[in-house]
Design a binder for this molecule. Structure first.
Ligand code: PHE
Ligand code: NA
Length: 452
């Protein structure tokens, strides 16, 4: 059977950008930047983007393009019994898929609440006690299934399933072509209103004002690298699967640069949006900004709803924000599920329809664990493990295997041959030495901190 193909170059880039831009850009990036020195975070972040993000993206695009397979098959074709590495990545992708969808489910619920701000004035109590029902949580058990969380999660699975089931061009590409332009328009509309609010500029100052004392802190570098790999969806079989559907004639270098730059540009834009809102909120409540910021899950589901309560036209800006979150999340979720589905299609020769049904059906059942009273606890645990251990080790193993067992100059020749502009020797230096060294140090530090 002939391998499916993207319908157009723009379709591929929108799908790759759709995977890259996700929940990680809207709620994770802003608080990472905030916690790690504000403006000073951009230096490690941009360094990680150039030295690790771009080379990694080029490498994964070239793997999928040349070897024409999802990660397990692509690695198997490289020889040396490497198929396990592909399955390891697919396994991590599957874990991400089941907890990521929980957050999309919350965002769908909050989209509903946002029309009338039915989260009330105490958004903290609403989220943790009423929505997540943590009050009844006993640490030894997951508690009972919360239908009001399970139903929006099922909806998210349904949309992902429809896209994967329909196929690369008719499903994933078509969904990306609708979702991504919609997402950009919504974010532009939100920013257009938010930056003119009183206090917004104070928020931006906070985000962009560099705290240079942090730049020598190893934790900041670790956060920057972790964020780059998470945000670009590299190292989890995803970009390999997507690029395996590229036509023969494809400009790999250009596609990779576009994907990375659009994603990171979007992150900074989202940072402006979030911190503009926070600055306004600080001014309205006459509090210092540090008192209104909260990290992680709390940012999107506690702080932002509280800010929306104070905004002009909350019934428009609120739904815009949560719809943006849902759309960004769904397009990433589709890509994670495609990484798993395409691996199974390659291996078992199943039809796409059968593979999609089995993967989404199983995924849905497993993800219900996150719709229980213990869901948040479990989510924090999985999220910690993914970000601090799995993500970095997966990327490190991939780099070591490819760069040290194979000739990385061949990869460079390969992409330069088919691309309009060529990448220089720096690519090899980054892939062989710089990125593995950075990743090894960061991973070791994280492991030590975890078991300390
Ligand atoms: N890159 C996406 C984000 O930033 C989602 C994602 C993360 C996809 C990790 C795959 C792996 O949210
Ligand atoms: Na991203």
């Amino acid at each position: 059977m002939k391998r499916e193909q993207w319908g157009s170059r723009a379709g591929f880039i929108l799908a790759a950008v759709g995977s890259a831009i996700g929940l990680g850009n809207i709620w994770r990036f802003p608080y990472m930047a905030y916690e790690n020195g504000g403006g000073a975070f951009f230096i490690p972040y941009l360094f990680a983007m150039i030295s690790a993000g771009i080379p990694f993206m080029i490498m994964e695009f070239s793997l999928g393009h040349k070897l024409r397979g999802a990660a397990p098959r692509a690695f198997a074709k490289m020889g040396g019994k490497l198929e396990w590495l592909g399955w390891f990545q697919v396994f991590i992708a599957a874990i991400i898929a089941v907890y990521y969808v929980a957050i999309i489910g919350w965002a769908i619920s909050y989209l509903g609440y946002s029309f009338g701000q039915s989260w009330g004035s105490d958004t903290n109590a609403f989220f943790f006690s009423e929505y997540l029902q943590l009050g009844e949580n006993s640490p030894s058990s997951l508690g009972s299934l919360q239908l009001h969380i399970a139903i929006p999660m099922a909806l998210a699975w349904g949309i992902t399933f429809a896209a994967i089931y329909t196929g690369v061009k008719g499903g994933i590409e078509r969904a990306s072509k609708i979702m991504m332009p919609l997402l950009f328009l919504m974010v532009i509309a939100l920013i257009g209103r938010v930056v003119f609010l009183p206090g917004a500029m104070d928020g931006l100052n906070y985000l962009f004002q560099p705290d240079f004392s942090k730049i020598l802190d190893a934790k900041v570098w670790s956060a920057a690298y972790g964020q780059i790999f998470f945000t670009l969806s590299v190292g989890f079989a995803i970009m390999i699967a997507y690029s395996s559907y590229l036509p023969e004639k494809s400009d790999i270098n250009n596609n990779a640069f576009m994907t990375v730059l659009i994603n990171c540009g979007f992150s900074i834009t989202a940072g402006v949006l979030i911190f503009g809102v926070l600055g306004y909120m600080a001014q309205e409540q006459a509090k210092p900004l540090t008192d209104v910021v909260s990290a992680g899950v709390g940012l999107a589901f506690v702080t932002i709803p509280a800010a929306i309560n104070l905004l002009p036209l909350p019934f428009i800006l609120g739904p815009l924000f949560f719809l943006a979150l849902v759309v960004a999340g769904l397009s990433s979720h589709i890509s994670i599920i495609e990484a798993v589905t395409s691996a199974i299609i390659d291996k078992l020769n199943w039809s796409r329809k059968k593979a999609a049904s089995v993967v989404c059906g199983t995924g849905f059942v497993v993800s219900l664990a996150f719709a229980t009273n213990g869901g948040l606890l479990l989510l924090d645990l999985v999220d910690y493990f993914i970000n601090n251990v799995a993500l970095l080790s997966s990327c490190l193993i991939e780099l070591v295997v490819i760069a040290w067992l194979f000739k990385i100059s061949d990869v460079r020749d390969y992409v330069n041959n088919i691309s309009e502009f060529s990448i220089g020797k720096w690519f090899e230096v980054c892939i062989r030495f710089l990125s593995p060294a950075m990743l090894a140090v960061i991973l070791a530090t994280n492991l030590i901190n975890t078991f300390k």
